[in-house]
Design a protein around this ligand. Sequence first.
Ligand code: GRF
Length: 219
Amino acid sequence: MTEQRLVVLISGRGSNLRAIHQACTSDDLPAQIVGVISNRANTLGLRWCQESHLPTQIIAHQDFPDREHFDHALAMAIDAYAPDWVLLAGFMRQLTEGFVARYLGRLVNIHPSLLPAFPGLQTHQCALTAGVRWHGATVHFVTPELDAGPIIAQGIVPVLAGDNPETLAARVLELEHSLYPQALGHLLRGDCRWENGQTLWRQPYRSPQMQAINPELLR
Ligand code: GRF
């Protein structure tokens, strides 16, 4: 299978970016990261890219008068890499409708909750406050509405007695590092795709997370 081209957008630490890169270099994903774009300078993620010789660009949102101009510059930078997929990995900017429309169906995000529960920020504190017994992460197609696009994959972790937002965040993050590459594998191999605002799975394929939880559900 030909290698597909990934552009990854980050704002900070970049641990999901590293997990995706690891999956590409170990041949788990038929893809290569052709560019990483950050809206912040001097981040851990960018430093790691430089050490790993991944091409990077900084497009600082504060250099632009509004979201439209920032998103336009971002799109120009992305298109120069001619990517098949644009991946948000801890990219802390809300995107305009025009930007989302340009990459619709190949713009993917990971969010640290079981959507539609807890969109937005501070998801781990919200989960603790709500008293849920299970928490997790969601990989989804991006639509203009924040953290609301069609779900591609979800993974769960238990909420344990004595958890605080940090311990819960660490458990979810570890899950994210396998979930995001796994979900991308399904997309890149064509097991599922965007169609008319939904995630369409190739029959008889089903989401592997469902199988992991209870195979009986699929009978
Ligand atoms: C992750 O929890 C991701 O789900 C969220 O932002 C965090 C980014 O972490 N969107 P990292 O930069 O990938 O380490």
